[in-house]
Design a protein around this ligand. Structure first.
Ligand code: H2B
Length: 107
């Protein structure tokens, strides 16, 4: 059995994009995240800009360390992350690993 997603590391070769059944099996492991327009995404809300930017920097650290980078839409008190895997042309396990690692920041 695989370790929980937040303890896995992104794979350098992400492989082919996950199919709908594989995506549906992984989604319950990242509560709060949804799949829309082929992207794994979640909006995070914060009290103010300072907290938002602290989160953005923590996500940047995860992205750098995992070599897997989200689209980030940053506003005063919220940030939306969107992940897909360019090399796979869709969603891969790497997107779910990074989502779980971000969730682990706040737990
Ligand atoms: C060489 C390097 O691993 C690749 O360019 C990485 C970098 N970050 C990436 N980020 C995302 N979201 N998808 C990728 O396919 C990807 N590829």
């Amino acid at each position: 059995m695989s370790p929980p997603l937040h303890l896995q590391r992104c794979q350098h070769q992400a492989g082919p994009a996950l199919g709908p059944a594989e995506q549906a099996a992984l989604l319950p492991q990242v509560p709060g995240w949804t799949i829309a327009d082929g992207l794994l995404q979640r909006r995070f809300k914060f009290p103010d800009f300072h907290h938002t930017m602290a989160f953005v920097n923590a996500v940047a650290w995860i992205a750098h360390e995992q070599d897997h980078h989200p689209d980030m839409a940053v506003s005063y008190n919220h940030c939306t992350l969107r992940w897909n895997t360019h090399s796979a042309g869709g969603l891969s396990i790497n997107d779910f690993i990074c989502a779980a690692r971000v969730d682990a920041l706040a737990s």
